[in-house]
Design a protein around this ligand. Sequence first.
Ligand code: ASP
Length: 446
Amino acid sequence: MFRMKLHWQILIALALGVLAGGVTQALLGDEAGGSWWVALYRFLGSTVFIGLLKMIIVPLIFSSIVTGIAGLHNVEGFGRLGLKTLGYYVTSSALAILIGLAVVNVMKPGLVDGGPNPKVAEFIEENREKFEEEAEGRTAAGVAQESGGHPLGVVGDLVERMIPSNVFKAASDNGAMLSLIFVSLLTAFGLIAIDGYGKEALVSAIGGLNDLMIKVTGWIMKLAPLGVFGLMAYTIAQTGPSFLLSMLKYMVTVLVALGLHFFVALPLLLVLVGKVNPLRHYRAMRDALLTSFSTASSSATLPVTMRCLQDKAGVSKRTSSFVLPLGATVNMDGTALYECVAVLFVAQVMGAALGFGEQLSVVVLALLTSVGVAGVPSASLVAIVIIIQNVAEGQAWGGGAMAAVGAIYAVDRILDMCRTSVNIFSDSCGAVIIAKSEGEEVLSDQ
Ligand code: ASP
C-alpha cells in the first residue's frame, strides 16, 4: 500500500495547521485565545504530542548514554571527545553571534534615519502596560534564579546544576537535563569499571530499555502530523496580524541572520571541517527539523534528533549519545544569535547607541547565557533581560527596556520556531563532524 513519507505528512500537516489557525484568527480575532478550537489545537499539540515526547526523554537519554558508552568496554578517548565537543560548541555559537551582530548593525531594525523606529516605538507605547506586565511576569522568577549567579561564575553554576542532590528527583524534573547527563555518564563509566554478573545483567537490562524507548519514539512519531497540525494552528490562531506588521523589520533581521547561519555557516563547517555533504545531512535531519520548528523546544525534539542522527545520518550511538543531549542543553547557536540581535534591537529602539565595548559585552554575555537557557519555548527571553540589565546598568535606556522585551515576546513564537531549528541543526552538525574526526563513516560522506 502507498504510504506517504513521514516528512511529507508533517509538511502537509504544517500547512493545514497554518490554514486552520489563520481561519480561526480571521473569524474570532482576539476571542480566538479562549475558544474551543484553540483548546483543541493545544490539546493535540502540547498535551498529546509534546507531552509524549517529554515523557520518554528521561529513560531514553539515560539508556542511550549508558548503552552508547558502557558497550565499549573502555573509556579511552572520552577526554578527547569531550574537548572536541566543547570546541565545537564554542566555535559554532561564537560564529552565530558574530553573524547576528553583523546583520543587526547593517539592517538596524530599531532605527529609521538614525533615530528610533517610530512604528515600533508607537507599537510599544500603545501596549506599554500590557508588555511590561507580561515581560516582568515571565522573566522575574528566571532572572532572580539566573542572575543571582554563582560566586564562582559560570563554571560554578554549571557544576551546581550538574550534581543532583537526589537522583530520583532530578530524573523526575524535566529541566534537570544536565544532572541527568551527569548521572548517565557516571553510570556508564562505572559499568565499564566493574566486572561480573551484575555488570552484564545491568548492561543488558539498560540496553533493553533503550531498544524499548527507540520503539516508543517510533510510535510517537506516527502521531507527529497530528501534533504538528495542533501546534501550528494554536500558534497562528493566537497571533494577530497587527503585531506582526509593526515588528516586521525586526523579524526579517532575525530571520536573515538565522538563515545565514543555517544555510551558509553551518554547511560550510560541514564541508570544510567534516568533509560531509550538507544536502545529504539536511535530508537526514528532516524529521527533526520539522519537529523542532513546530515544537520550539530543543528538549522535546531530542528523541527525534537522536533517531535521525543514528538511523539516517549513520552516526554511532557512542558519539550521538554523548554530543546530542549535552548539545540540546548547552549548545544553542540560534538562541545565542537571537539574544544578540534582540538586545541590540532594544537598545536601538530605546535610542541608545552602543559602542564597541558594550557590543563586545553583549557578545560575551550572549555566549555565556545561551549555555544556561533551557530547551523550552521562549526560554531565551530571560537571558535577554539579564543581558540588558548588565549592559544598561546605570543608563537611562535600561528603564524602559522591559516594554520593548514585551514587544519582542509578542512576536516570539515564530522566531522561536526558527531559532530552535538552528539550535538542533547545529547540534547535529557537531555530532557528524566529531563522528568523522573519530574515524566513523557517516552516511552523508562526500
Ligand atoms: N526554544 C529554544 C530551544 O528550545 C530556546 C529559546 O531560544 O528560547 O532551543
